[in-house]
Write a protein that binds this ligand. Structure first.
Ligand code: MN
Length: 488
């Protein structure tokens, strides 16, 4: 996603004359260049639009340019909004209306009617906002002075959400085997997600993977073992088990890259021809930015890849997670999250250890190797995308990850411990009421606001469980939301 950029489209009109329009263009270019220094992706000044034809033209170009991840508009002067209708009606990229102003202060001595005509964003942005409201366009409105750090942070976060849309539109998920038998929440309508989110979700035989694994050379495995030795503590002497995971990692990466897939799923119920469920192998691939979902959960797999791409540097701290068990001591209420093996080491508080342990679930001939570590402390969210039948719902809960309060020396997997909002038990009641899955994406660097924006861009229901949520208010919101979505 390194080549992606955003376009700055500034509204005006011909009425003001050449001098004013020249000033607007110079300032818009200056603002885009300055903002680009602070934003995670470049903001490219494109045009001072003065007519229906100019707006229609820049929107057409934005739609067709694969590097354009979204447009940001602003009105330095007044820009009559009927001239935006034809363009906006065709806009297919995420859209942010940035209500700002070139000057921070009203200049006491200098201000006269010429100044007012040139600097009337307060006036122009209202006209501009009306037409998007009238057209029911999905959009983000951000108001504030363009040089303020907090404003730039919000613009940057919106950009990252838009990058999540670009990644979504190109998402390909490789499924090794089907979903775990009888499980409901990991199912979903693959045709609907492709139409709505762009995801291509398809299956490859486990036998194809085994064939690819058998073609991996000892030299390739030696090279990857050197990386393992450097990056992790080797806390096992069963090196042949670790080598088997290296073989799996190399083979899966080859297959994913050959098909252009950024995410994959597998299931312990279909390991035909394999000696171990991929543990270390899946963890390593996740650390490289690939999405993963256990038990055939392709929805959480795609969401993991998307949220990783939305994070810092295009591969942030978002990971596949599963709610496992609770600590219900009054005043010490925590959730413990983990998975059978597959927790991404991006969240590790220290250097992960490679361990091998017996795994009773699935047909593992040998004890699978996996990375074991504690998750780091920090504010985070957990997110679950579910198929409600006719629409998708994304449930997001605010959490705070802590250093695990217990060492749990006999737990053979990586673990993350957190406090939930508004509290553990009310949070659980809300989560279950909304239908959230046991699988989630846990993220330290993607915020709830970013996920809300991502949902708005893709027309997905967004449910947010915060410190202020009550079961009663949530039930009320879900009831109204259900009605609204049926009318859509
Ligand atoms: Mn699971």
């Amino acid at each position: 996603m390194k080549d992606m950029q955003f376009w700055f489209v500034v509204g005006s009109q011909s009425l003001y004359g050449e001098d004013v329009l020249k000033t607007v263009a110079v300032r818009a270019a200056e603002m885009a260049a300055e903002l680009s220094k602070a934003l995670p992706y470049p903001l490219i000044y494109k045009v001072t639009a003065k007519s229906n034809a100019e707006v229609a033209s820049v929107v057409k170009d934005a739609n067709h340019d694969d590097t354009c991840a979204g447009i940001i508009t602003w009105c330095h002067t007044f820009s009559p909004s009927k001239m935006w209708i034809n363009g906006f009606a065709n806009l297919q990229k995420p859209y942010c209306h940035f209500a700002t102003q070139y000057n921070r202060e009203i200049p006491n001595e200098e201000i006269d009617m010429d100044f007012m005509n040139l600097n009337q964003a307060a006036h122009g942005d209202r006209e501009h906002g009306f037409i998007a409201a009238r057209l029911r366009m999905p959009r983000k409105v951000i108001a504030g002075y363009w040089k303020d750090e907090s404003v730039q942070k919000r613009l940057g976060d919106w950009m990252k959400a838009a990058i999540g849309v670009a990644v979504s539109k190109e998402m390909k998920v490789m499924r090794f085997g089907d979903n775990m038998r009888e499980v409901a929440v990991t199912e979903g309508d693959k045709v609907e997600v492709q139409a709505k989110l762009g995801w291509q979700v398809n299956t490859w035989a486990t036998g194809d993977l085994v064939k690819e694994m058998n073609a991996v050379t000892e030299a390739e495995i030696d090279a990857l073992m050197a990386v393992y030795q450097a990056d992790y503590d080797m806390a096992t002497d069963k090196l042949d088990h670790v080598r088997y995971q290296a073989r799996e990692e190399i083979a899966m990466k080859k297959m994913l890259d050959a098909e252009g897939c950024r995410a994959f799923s597998n299931t312990f119920q279909d390991l035909y021809g394999m000696e171990q469920l991929p543990g270390l192998a899946s963890q390593r691939l996740m650390a490289q930015g690939y999405g993963y979902g256990g038990e055939g959960d392709w929805k959480v797999s795609a969401m993991t890849a998307i949220m990783k791409a939305m994070g810092e540097g295009g591969n942030g701290c978002s990971l596949f997670m599963e709610d496992y068990t609770y600590h219900l001591v009054p005043g010490q209420e925590y959730s413990l999250g983990a998975h059978m093996l597959e927790v991404c080491p991006c969240c590790a508080a220290g250097k992960p250890r490679i361990e091998t342990h017996h795994l009773g679930i699935g047909m593992n001939e040998k004890d699978p190797a996996r990375l074991v570590f504690e998750g780091k402390e920090g504010d985070a969210i957990v997110v679950s995308l579910i198929d409600m039948g006719g629409r998708l719902r994304l449930i997001c809960q605010d959490i705070h990850c802590v250093k695990p309060i217990l060492p749990m020396p006999n737990l053979p997997v990586a673990r993350v411990m957190w406090q939930a909002s508004p509290s553990l038990t009310t949070g659980v009641e809300c989560w279950i009421t909304a239908g959230g899955a046991h699988h989630t994406v846990l993220s330290y660097d993607v915020t709830a606001e970013m996920m809300k924006d991502w949902c708005a861009m893709l027309d997905i229901e967004f449910v947010h469980i915060t410190k202020d949520t009550t079961v009663e208010s949530l039930e009320h919101d879900l009831f109204l939301s259900d009605l609204a979505w049926k009318l859509k």
